[in-house]
Write a new protein. Structure first.
Length: 608
């Protein structure tokens, strides 16, 4: 027998102790943290948690026409690791798996080689997206194959059935399904809804077995948005805007059509436009809603908003004759004001009808800067309108303390101030509704997913709107502005059916320190009809038309705006207007080139 060695015994006991300690530690691990890991792994293998996407709410025009909707399609995904493990477990070869993958690729119109390579490159992945927006028949073929690790999940697809119609109103969607610009962005929360989920028990092949009640939370689908936009008027406005911009090779253009009594925006468009369905093909510049975001110097379209208050304050009167003796006027010895035509002395009535810069500058000089500033402020120029779209610019009316002597002349002609198309359209509505400054409205309300009313936005009563100008002066101005279309700068906008009132504008574009361009101009027209009971007001601005083809507002914008009014009124089945009465004798006696016959010969003038 060998001799007993204490040191050897100690070493053996130490080894046994370490081994027992390790075993105890392993048991403790498996019963605590390790147990939880095992349970979690088993849970993941037996259950899958799937997000149930909420369906995005639709956007409808005022007639119920769908402008933006959502359809639910399916997305195909593959678990490459699970697929390979199951094929091997069931005794199938990799060649057989490749053959099944090739059949799957053919169903979803993919290259078998590329799909096989994709799955091979991500062999350890548990989720590979293979195809999106599959229809029901394709999904049925995939399910019939019964491949392990292959599944589909619901995906919402946003679509715009009217194509580019109303693109700058709607905005569009980002790739992640979040609204990008327009109403899709402004009302993202209401339209998107809230996703739900379900946890599904699956068998060893990954096939679904059951869902417990507590493992299911239904999605809250998005609300539907109802607009004031009339899709037919929107289409008419877009067609005529595009036609004018293309005819005169303009850089861009905007048009807005409103109901002057409610503030409802019936159409709003920019040119060039884009298709929200393919928003990735457009640039941020094209997607800019310049009706709200890009102020410009309005030129002569500002004149009614100066002359109207001047009449209301008795600073002038319609038959006052201004001593215009030349085509040029030099009031301060250095600043020359020029008219396009020289008619001789003009009444206040004809200063507007013929759009005399000299006559307006004389009026502005008499009013003085404080009254000029007050007149513009009464129509809320320099302030946002509050329209329910993102990115609205307030325009610019500088504080009175910053106005100089030249400001009197500049502002009277529509320079040194900046307005947006929405502001000018809103302001002109005051001459169509008795002098009230309405709030533009684009949203009528929301419906839930079942079609029940969630909220309703009613237009304010007209009598509760701010009074920009008194009703008598508004009516008098409206009658003067009818003559702009009958015998003034907007004769090409005259209608053979309805009496239209309006004002043209042609403004040179500032080049900063380089002064104003001689070739780059903004051509605009704002109008309303029928004059006896206005249903529509329009503002159309066309930027930088080719001067060789035409550049005056009465040539470029007025005819297009007139066509929008005529086509829209016909669509709305508005009765034709009675014959426009001629001006009273006290006015007629001071008008230039006056002929009463022109009021009776409406058809001939409209065709001119």
């Amino acid at each position: 027998m060998g001799t007993f060695s204490p040191s050897r015994a100690t070493f053996v006991m130490l080894g046994i102790t370490v081994l027992l300690t390790a075993l105890i530690g392993r048991v403790v691990f498996l019963q605590t943290y390790g147990r939880q890991q095992t349970l979690d792994r088993a849970e993941r293998q037996q259950h899958t948690k799937e997000t149930i996407s909420a369906r995005r709410g639709g956007i409808f025009d005022s007639t119920g026409m769908l402008m933006a909707g959502t359809v639910q399609t399916r997305t195909l995904f593959v678990d490459p690791k699970f697929m390979q493990d199951q094929f091997q477990k069931e005794g199938h070869s990799l060649a057989e798996m490749d053959e099944c993958v090739a059949k799957l690729a053919k169903i979803v119109d993919k290259s078998p080689f590329e799909l096989s390579k994709l799955l091979g490159d991500r062999a350890e992945s548990r989720f590979v997206k293979v195809a999106e927006h599959l229809d029901e028949s394709t999904v049925a073929q995939i399910e019939k194959m019964d491949l392990p690790g292959v599944g589909t999940m619901p995906t919402n697809l946003r679509y715009y059935p009217m194509g580019a119609l109303g693109a700058h109103i709607l905005g569009g969607m980002q790739k992640d399904g979040i609204g990008l610009e327009g109403l899709e962005l402004k009302f993202e929360k209401q339209l998107a809804g809230k996703d739900g989920f379900k946890r599904t028990l699956r068998d060893f092949r990954g096939r679904p077995l059951a869902v417990a009640a507590e493992d299911y939370l239904p999605p809250q689908h998005g609300q539907h948005l109802i607009l004031t936009i009339d899709g037919n008027i929107q289409m008419i406005a877009e067609q005529e805007l595009a036609r004018a911009c293309e005819q005169y090779k303009a850089r861009r253009g905007e048009v807005i059509v409103m109901d002057p009594k409610t503030g409802d925006v019936l159409a709003l468009a920019n040119w060039p436009t884009f298709n929200p369905q393919n928003i990735e093909d457009s640039t941020p510049e094209v997607r800019r809603n310049r009706c709200l975001t890009d102020p410009y110097e309005p030129g002569s379209t500002i004149k009614p908003f100066i002359a109207g208050p001047a009449l209301a304050w008795n600073i002038t009167r319609p038959n006052e004759v201004w001593p215009i003796t030349s085509i040029k006027w030099n009031p301060f010895g250095h600043r020359i004001v020029t008219d396009v035509h020289h008619y001789g002395p003009l009444s206040m009535w004809d200063v507007l009808v013929k759009s005399s810069n000299i006559g307006m500058s004389m009026l502005g000089t008499r009013m003085g800067n404080p009254k000029l500033h007050e007149a513009l402020d009464s129509f809320r120029f320099g302030h946002r309108t509050g329209i329910e779209l993102p990115g609205e610019d307030p325009g610019m009316v500088r504080p009175l303390r910053e106005w100089g002597r030249d400001s009197t002349i500049s502002v009277s002609q529509g320079y040194e101030i900046m307005v947006t198309p929405m502001q000018i359209c809103r302001a002109f509505c005051a001459y169509g509704n008795g002098g009230r400054l309405i709030d533009p409205r684009l949203v009528k309300g929301f419906l839930d997913a079942e079609g029940n009313i969630v909220s309703r936005t009613e237009p304010k009563a007209l009598k509760l709107m701010p009074q920009a100008i008194d009703p008598l002066t508004a009516a008098a101005m409206k009658r003067i502005l009818c003559d702009v279309v009958v015998r003034g700068t907007a004769m090409k906008a005259r209608s053979a059916t309805w009496n239209i009132f309006g004002k043209t504008g042609t403004a040179h574009i500032s080049q900063g320190k380089g002064g104003y361009s001689e070739t780059k101009l903004n051509s605009s027209f704002m109008g309303g009809a029928p004059a006896e009971n206005p249903r529509l007001v329009i503002a159309m601005i066309i930027h930088e038309p080719d001067k060789a083809l035409g550049h005056y507002g009465g040539v470029v914008s007025a005819p297009a705006a007139g066509r929008v009014l005529e086509r829209s009124l016909a669509y709305l089945q508005v009765p034709s207007s009675p014959e426009l009465p001629p001006p009273p004798p006290a006015i007629a006696s001071v008008l230039v080139n006056y002929s009463e016959a022109i009021y009776r010969n409406r058809t001939a003038s409209a065709a001119e």
